[in-house]
Design a protein around this ligand. Sequence first.
Ligand code: GUN
Length: 282
Amino acid sequence: MSATRIDGKVFAATLRTRIAEGVAAMADRGITPGLAVVLVGEDPASQVYVRSKGKMTREVGMNSYEHRLPDDTSQGDLLALVDQLNKDPSVNGILVQLPLPRHIDEEAVINEILPEKDVDGFTVLNVGRLATGQKAMVPCTPLGCLMMLRDQLGDLSGKNAVVVGRSNIVGKPMAQLLLRDSATVTIAHSRTQDLPGLCRSADILVAAVGRPHFVKGDWIKPGATVIDVGINRTDDGLVGDVDYAEAEQVAGAITPVPGGVGPMTIACLLANTLTATARANG
Ligand code: GUN
């Protein structure tokens, strides 16, 4: 048996078309959503992401504002820029690309962003709102994963979900979203005992550990839905956290890398920006 390949590229393109329609409807009311992206330093991977975010933002008809600052930017100057963007009515969403240089306190900068413009969903207020079941801005990568899971499985209620990885950006919010959909959720990490056995209990397996081909085929329950969040640069090119060749022999459905979760992340960023704009304009 070979697993269904969940095509994130096609899924994301469909989502972007719907977002572009939403943007066009706003244009009729004289509103254009604006997304500001702040990049500090020269990290090559971050530069690629930021360029790609700007291009997709413009493609759906939104305004893209890019702020590229030198590596030695002070925390005070960065906070001042965030304050300026907070006050700017043409900016509906603010994203500060992570990681930031070591001399800057990431938490202080993220939490300076107004929660209603926090399209990453990283501020403590949005994290708390998600955890307590309130209307929150939800982090883009787990939101994209959830959309693909719902599309694949329909109701997630009662499913056994295992999330491998406990990062603030992916693992924890992914677990919250699955819990909100009434799945039975376990978060696994580097200290988890018998990780292969735990993974084999999962109807839904989300791998977000950042280690190439970490999850093996015999860790997967036959017929399970596997979401691979990993983007690992290796000598063989980009590979996921899941050994795809092995996993596709066992899983019911699986996302490839590249072309799975990655394209959905930016599409969800645009969806969050549209949501933020709609909320700001009643
Ligand atoms: N760096 C890697 N992923 C992300 C993300 O989703 N948001 C931000 N702001 N930075 C990142």
